[in-house]
Write a new protein. Structure first.
Length: 368
């Protein structure tokens, strides 16, 4: 399978800059994978595709304010610092991305506020943009983490650019009234499932779920379960090889507890629908499939990369967003729904004006 198979022209105006006013009022394209038939619905219709005994598995990771801004010692150059993960709590070592990277070398110091209550020293180069920082401060333990997060901002993807012209401001205020943009992002770039902090990007498909939608699922006898999959650096890493077999993805931390395993086993035994919400959930479930075809409880890391052709073992329904061209997420979706089906559905979505990206519309793929 070639990367170029997943190339398509996406008009800029279809890349969502803001979420829908309410979580479950986004549009939802339903793809029946066996026939290729599509339907145009709203996310609020999601529950109607499930019956008693079916299960939905979502991601309960919580996004932390990972994007910080610093000034380089002496030159006072502006540097963006994107927190990836804490390496050592006691010594305050963090893996980060820096931009522009060419200006940042081992030994450089970065200052995050005028009073220098927190600054950092670069102690290692990890990748072209990656660095290891040691934060230096009088704050200790959790107090340091809280202060660090207080200086950060919501880590929206770069394609959410939002030049605040008069036109975009009017569009925003029509939907969100007088709510400041940064407050809206703090709320809407988290999900109703958010519980375990550790993600540097939202599990975007879970953004669509509202408390009302969860209640409608409950009324229909559909149980909702969660796993934890901390969205990490791999979410931002483009595929840079034409031959997909040679692409390597970054590892992400996952946790699947026994109650989820039991629920999946029960649904399988009853020939029920099992819906994975988001590519992170699908990857995590497929990672823990044993030789007997059943999943097992697991806490650890996965770097599983799913691309066509692939035989899925766990889920027979897949709820996702509309993804960027040539992204690992789109590639996985095509593996589940069928290459031709998914790419045809994307053409239809573009024609019908569906919105793409983390704040965009949704797709439900039924494979049974």
């Amino acid at each position: 399978m070639r990367l170029s198979n997943f190339k398509f022209k996406l008009p800029d105006e279809l890349i969502a800059q803001f979420p829908s006013r309410f979580r479950d009022e986004a549009r939802m394209l339903v793809l029946h994978a066996k026939t290729g038939k599509t339907e145009h619905k709203l996310v609020s219709d999601f529950a109607s595709y499930f019956d008693e005994g079916d299960i939905v598995v979502a991601n309960d990771t919580k996004v932390f304010p990972a994007r910080l801004y610093a000034k380089k010692e002496k030159t006072l150059a502006n540097i963006e610092v994107f927190l990836l993960r804490e390496l050592q709590h006691e010594n305050r070592y963090w893996d980060v991305l820096v931009d522009p990277a060419r200006k940042i070398r081992i030994g450089n110091k970065l200052f995050f506020d005028e009073d220098a209550t927190i600054f950092a020293e670069v102690i290692d180069n990890t990748t072209s943009r990656g660095r290891t920082l040691r934060f230096l401060t009088d704050y200790e333990g959790d107090e340091f983490i809280q202060h660090l997060y207080s200086m950060g901002t919501t880590p929206l993807p770069k394609y959410i650019a939002r030049p605040m012209t008069e036109e975009t401001r009017e569009k925003y205020e029509e939907v969100f009234s007088d709510l400041p943009v940064f407050e809206m992002d703090e709320e809407r770039y988290q999900t109703v499932f958010a519980k375990h902090i550790g993600a540097v990007a939202a599990p975007a498909s879970s953004i669509h779920f509202s408390k009302n939608l969860l209640k409608r699922l409950e009324i229909r006898g559909v149980d909702t379960h969660t796993i934890t999959s901390h969205v990490g650096l791999g979410n931002f890493k483009p595929v840079d090889v034409e031959d997909l077999t040679k692409h390597k993805v970054e590892s992400e931390q996952i946790s699947i507890l026994q109650p989820v395993v039991d629920a999946v086993d029960k649904a399988h035994a009853g020939a029920k629908r099992i819906c994975a919400v988001g590519t992170e959930v699908m990857r995590a479930l497929e990672h823990v499939v044993g030789t007997n075809g059943q999943i097992k409880a697991y806490e650890g890391w996965t770097n599983k990369f799913i691309y066509p052709p692939y035989d899925f073992t766990v889920a027979n329904a897949f709820f996702v967003n509309f993804y960027m061209p040539q992204s690992t997420q789109l590639i996985m979706v095509a593996a589940f729904g069928g290459m031709d089906n998914v790419m045809n559905a994307y053409k239809e979505a573009i024609k019908e004006g569906y919105r793409f990206g983390d704040y965009g519309d949704a797709m439900l793929i039924l494979n049974d």
